[in-house]
Design a protein around this ligand. Structure first.
Ligand code: MN
Ligand code: MN
Length: 364
């Protein structure tokens, strides 16, 4: 049994749980190695404290599940079968009296919960999400290696985007150039909708790209990432098209200083919150405190937002193997916004920065 399943089983034993039924794509992938988005159909991994797990998926995906390396029980169900009935048959053989069932409470729909209640007479459901977040937070060698490659592809995306900048080009044209190149490199999927924003639109941290055309003097902000072998990258760079104004320069230099301070604060044993505080202090001292409207970063892995949350009040101690983003920003509505984002890995004595596109102010 793989280490991840073993660690999860140990938790099931400690918590006296009869079995866990895991149904979210990221957690099923983390525990089984099988990545599948079954849309409205049920994907489920049933994990027992002391017995071999069962993977349940639509019949048409059973071949892929086997090829993914899954070598325990596999139940493929057709579109005219009720998967809950099949699960109940198989689980009852192994656990006739299930009274504590672990589920993902923010993921399991009410409809599925009702199916679970119909087929099992459990007295209580336990939330497995916190435990799975903790396990996924510590990346192993193989995960780190994939994350490094995903970060390099994000660097390439920014490089292509910066080269594509020209007067009159629209945000969406530049996005098309970035994604065309990445697809040629074998990237099937971006980790979120690629963001290229220009001018005052950069003042909206989660702005929507459109047909806005680049003009002289604009900030151009890129925020993008790829999914590689199930893992996400996430990078932001901001450049100026033309000659930057003094205030644009001041904003940029402040964000860069804040980002470097946050990187310097990232080391094993430091509380996650101190990383946010390091960046925020610099931005506040420069007088832009009220324009830094979000946490300094987020954990990164199978999902784009994972643990640890890099917010000012998180007391969790950073540990070797954690991967997260550091992305302070200043967003001034009348001028525009700057954000600089890297992906970092906590090492035994500090950080390794996974993304490497240059950060000094680029003017074009
Ligand atoms: Mn980002
Ligand atoms: Mn991010």
């Amino acid at each position: 049994m793989n280490q991840r399943l073993q660690a999860f089983q140990q938790w099931l034993q400690e918590q006296h749980i009869s079995f866990a039924i895991i149904t979210s794509t990221p957690n099923v992938f983390y525990l089984s190695g099988f990545y599948s988005d079954p849309h409205e159909r049920l994907l489920a991994l049933v994990v027992f404290p002391n017995e071999e797990p069962i993977l349940v998926c639509p019949q048409m995906e059973a071949g892929q599940a086997k090829r993914s390396g899954w070598h325990y029980s596999l139940i493929g169900y057709s579109d005219i079968e009720n998967p809950w009935e099949l699960i109940s048959e198989h689980v009852t053989k192994r656990q006739p009296a299930a009274d504590r069932i672990a589920v993902e409470k923010t993921h399991l729909s009410l409809e599925r919960y009702e199916q679970l209640c119909t087929y099992f007479s459990a007295r209580s459901t336990i939330n497995a999400e916190e435990k799975l977040r903790e396990l996924r937070m510590m990346k192993d060698e193989q995960e780190v290696s994939i994350l490094r490659q995903a970060a390099a592809l994000a660097d390439l995306g920014v490089e292509v985007g910066v080269k594509a900048i020209a007067e009159g080009k629209t945000e969406l044209e530049i996005i098309a150039a970035i994604e065309y190149e990445l697809k040629k490199q074998g990237v099937r999927e971006m980790s979120f909708a690629t963001m290229v924003l220009t001018g005052q639109k950069t003042a909206d941290p989660h702005g929507t790209p459109g047909l806005a055309a680049i003009q002289k003097g604009d900030f151009v902000l890129f925020d993008l990432g790829v999914v590689l072998d199930g893992y996400c990258s996430d990078i932001t760079r901001t450049v100026v098209f033309g000659k930057p104004s003094d205030e644009q320069k001041r904003i940029y230099e402040t964000v860069l200083k804040a980002q470097l301070a946050a990187i310097a604060a990232s080391k094993p044993g430091a509380a996650a919150g101190t990383v946010d505080q390091a960046a925020r202090q610099i931005i506040e001292q420069a007088g832009y405190g009220s324009y830094f409207t979000h946490r300094v970063g987020h954990g990164l892995g199978i999902e784009i937002h994972e643990y640890p949350s890099m917010n000012a009040t998180n007391a969790m101690a950073l540990e070797q193997g954690m991967v997260f983003t550091i992305e302070p920003g200043i967003y001034v509505p009348s001028i525009g916004g700057v954000r600089i984002e890297d992906d970092v890995l906590i090492t035994n004595d500090g950080v390794e920065i996974l993304t490497s596109y240059p950060k000094e102010l680029i003017t074009l």
